[in-house]
Design a protein around this ligand. Structure first.
Ligand SMILES: Cc1cc2nc3c(=O)[nH]c(=O)nc-3n(C[C@H](O)[C@H](O)[C@H](O)COP(=O)(O)O)c2cc1C
Length: 170
């Protein structure tokens, strides 16, 4: 698959098979997140791998959007490491996490795994459930696994603004 084929093959998987993800495939996904760019290369992203029965049981209480995945990655930002504007109240940790999640989703697709970006959770509840330090803020959850045999993209998956609406040439 070339890049455009990969980008178009990815979709939000909302029904997973229970099959575990091999460590080799997980490592490819994590490596893709690792090489993502970040503001000033400060790398404020931290990833928690949730996969044991016990920790996944907690996760299923924290979000309805686990979709039966065998594993969920918590993408968090370290607020002590994110870039901060010297004068304004601007920080870039959320953007840095977003790029890492995007790399991870595309790498997952590339190795035959499905994923779904999930925002439907309360960061403080996730932090409390997994005893995260106060300077670590969960930004996104990423259920990952093999798509169930009858999983399919949502109807709206292919509905995107066309380039004329999306782009303004100045
Ligand atoms: C920032 C962000 C938050 C999202 N949160 C959720 C979520 O909580 N639950 C969910 O099922 N999908 C979530 N999604 C997935 C989007 O609904 C999905 O990407 C969008 O509908 C386009 O569909 P596609 O991913 O299949 O192309 C989220 C996506 C993004 C980028």
């Amino acid at each position: 698959m070339n890049f455009m084929e990969l980008a178009k093959a990815r979709y939000s998987v909302r029904k997973f098979a229970p099959t575990p993800v091999t460590p080799e495939k997980l490592n490819i996904v994590l490596e893709a997140a690792r090489v993502a760019p970040s503001a000033k290369n400060l790398q404020p992203v931290h990833i928690y791998v949730v996969q044991s029965q016990e920790e996944m049981a907690k996760m299923r209480e924290l979000t309805p959007c686990h979709y039966g995945a065998p594993m969920v990655l918590i993408f968090a930002k370290n607020i002590q490491e994110e870039w901060r504007h010297p004068q304004e109240d601007l920080r870039s940790g959320a953007e840095d996490v977003a790029i890492a999640v995007t790399h991870a989703m595309l790498a997952a697709t590339d190795v035959g795994l499905g994923s779904c970006w999930v925002k439907f959770f309360v960061p403080q509840e996730v932090a409390r459930a997994y005893n995260l330090p106060a300077h670590i803020v969960p930004v996104a959850l990423l259920p990952i696994g093999y798509a169930a045999a009858d999983a399919a993209p949502a109807d709206r998956h292919t509905q995107r603004k066309d380039l004329k609406e999306l782009v303004t040439y100045l």
